[in-house]
Structure formats: C-alpha cells, structure tokens
Design a protein around this ligand. Structure first.
Ligand SMILES: [Ca+2]
Ligand SMILES: [Ca+2]
Length: 315
C-alpha cells in the first residue's frame, strides 16, 4: 500500500510539473504574440494547453510503468485517478483506464473474416449484460470485409440501405465505440449498457485479467460459476495475477480453450481522460494511447515510446 501511495504522489507531482511547464510555454507564446486576444479565448487556449499537458503526463506515466513492471493491474499508480487538483488558477482532474480491460470489438474479425471464438465470447458478454446476444452477429458483419449476412442477427448493406437515411456497413475495423449506434439493434439503452465493457482498438489484443470488468472476465471464463468469477476478482485486488495459470486454478469449471490464447496480464492500449476547469472555461479531452512493445505477437518486446492513436474533445 505504501508503495502505491508513493507512486500516486509521484504521479501527481509529475502532472503538476507538466501543467506548470504548459503554463510557462503559454505565457511565453502570449508575450511574443502581437495579437490582442479576448480574455475568454485566451482562457480557453490555456485550458486546452493544460489538457494537452495532461495527456502528455499520462503518456509519461505509462511509459515509466512499462519500464518498471511486466504486468498491469488496477493497484498500480497509473490506475489511481486524480480528482480536483489545483494547479495555478485551474482545477485539473485526470484518469487513465486500461482499454484492454474491455472486450475489443475489432477482435470479432480476424484477417477480414468472422472469428467464431471471439463471437462466442461477445455473445456471452451481451447475455451477461441482459442484451440480446444475436446483436453479436450484427457487429461482426459491420466489421468483416464481406457482405454476407452471418447468423440471424446479422446485417449488411441491404439492411442499412433500406433505412430512412440509407448508408452502408463499414466493412472495416471500428475506430470508436460510438460507431455502434450505426449498427443494427444498437440504441441508446444498449450502447450505454455495453460501452463501459468494450473498446475499439486498432489491432487484435488480449484482454487483461487484472483489469477486466467482472462481466468481461465472466464472458471469457466459459463454464466458471459466478462465485468462481467473484473469487478471481477478489484475489486480483489483493494480489494481481502474474500468470494465467494462477487465475485458472481459481476458475473452477472454466474451459481453458480458447480463452487461454485471448487473455494476458499486460496491456498496451489505455484511455486517458483529462478535465480542466479554469475561471469560466471547462475543457475535457479523451485520448487513446498506445504503449510501445507488449504486442500480443511479441509479448517480450521491450517497452517503446507511447503514441496517441486518437484524441477528442469531450466538452
Ligand atoms: Ca504495469
Ligand atoms: Ca461485412
């Protein structure tokens, strides 16, 4: 616990330094500018700079963690959110979450074709959340390269072209989870229930057993009782799993295949959220960050630099 607290203190100190650096850079830029900006615009620009600094802070934290540790778990400093931290005139909040603690929708398709093993897991996830499992077919069709309807819940161009405002299936990997709104059967209620448990990552990824939601974990552990899944969740918050074997020992009744090849303990994709409030300005930014190395194909690869895959303003 003590180590975690020290880690969190370090994480906070680094964020303060990042924001302070952004402020200094901003003030310099402003001094050299001959433009007379309105106060509101300048406040907005500064808040934007803070949000960018916050995302860079997260990249630094993740790169550092990748060097120091070989697994990723919710007890690590990066996973502790920072709420309402006063920096200069602003109040900054930041959080990093593991995108590989979620079911990666793009795993439904492998090399352009439906992946039956992943579709079966996704169906179990939907069922566990009280959502019609046939919707898994529609998502797989949305992503797979062909225009052949797969399964009774499937939908391809013919279905979408018959909509009041016609469009076509993407037939390619998703870049945002919100794309689900365009997929057959996904309304606001379904998307909001599912969204916290899914991601749309640019590569095939394993799901991290140390960070996965209980619902996602249960979907992968086919045959394990809810009690066994609860035991696993309790154990990992005491002591993160260092191997899949450690977890499967507790997963009584769970089939090892194909889950074994689809799960891991280390993550390379993270969602970063930064919120900055200053005077009357509120800025929120979200980014998907990829940490180098640690690809499923080469689990022993050394950690490389982090990259921003996308970033967007939330408000
Ligand atoms: Ca780690
Ligand atoms: Ca398709």
């Amino acid at each position: 616990m003590k180590r975690t607290q020290r880690g969190v203190a370090a994480v906070t100190a680094i964020l303060v330094a990042a924001i302070a650096a952004a402020t200094a850079a901003y003030l310099l830029a402003q001094q050299s500018s001959t433009l007379n900006q309105a106060a509101l615009v300048s406040g907005r620009a500064q808040a934007d700079a803070f949000a960018r600094a916050g995302i860079d802070w997260a990249r630094g934290i993740l790169a550092e963690d990748g060097k120091r540790t070989s697994i990723d778990a919710l007890s690590e400093p990066w996973a502790q959110p920072i709420a309402g931290l006063p920096v200069e005139r602003a109040v900054v909040s930041g959080a990093i979450s593991d995108a590989q603690g979620r079911f990666n929708l793009n795993n439904l398709v492998r090399d352009g074709n439906r992946s039956d093993a992943d579709i079966a897991i996704f169906r179990r996830l939907l069922e566990g959340l009280g959502i019609d499992p046939r919707l898994a077919d529609a998502v797989a069709d949305w992503i797979d390269a062909d225009s052949t309807v797969g399964g009774e819940g499937g939908a391809e161009d013919a279905y979408y072209l018959a909509a009041p405002r016609p469009y076509r299936a993407a037939n390619q990997p998703m870049t945002q989870v919100e794309e689900l709104y365009r997929v057959r059967g996904f309304d606001r209620a379904v998307v909001s229930r599912l969204a916290p448990h899914v991601s749309a990552l640019p590569a095939r990824t394993v799901v991290n057993i140390n960070t996965a939601s209980v619902e996602v974990l249960a979907a992968y552990l086919d045959g394990a009782s809810p009690a066994a899944v609860a035991r696993i969740a309790a154990r990992r918050s005491e002591k993160p799993f260092q191997s899949l074997d450690e977890m499967f020992e507790l997963a009584e009744g769970a089939k090892r295949e194909p889950a074994q090849s689809l799960l891991g303990m280390r993550s390379s994709h993270f969602l970063v959220f930064v919120r900055v409030e200053q005077d009357d300005v509120l800025v929120g930014e979200e980014a998907l960050v990829r940490r180098g190395g640690a690809e499923p194909s080469q689990p022993a690869a050394p950690p490389g630099p982090t990259a921003i895959i996308w970033r967007r303003s939330l408000f």
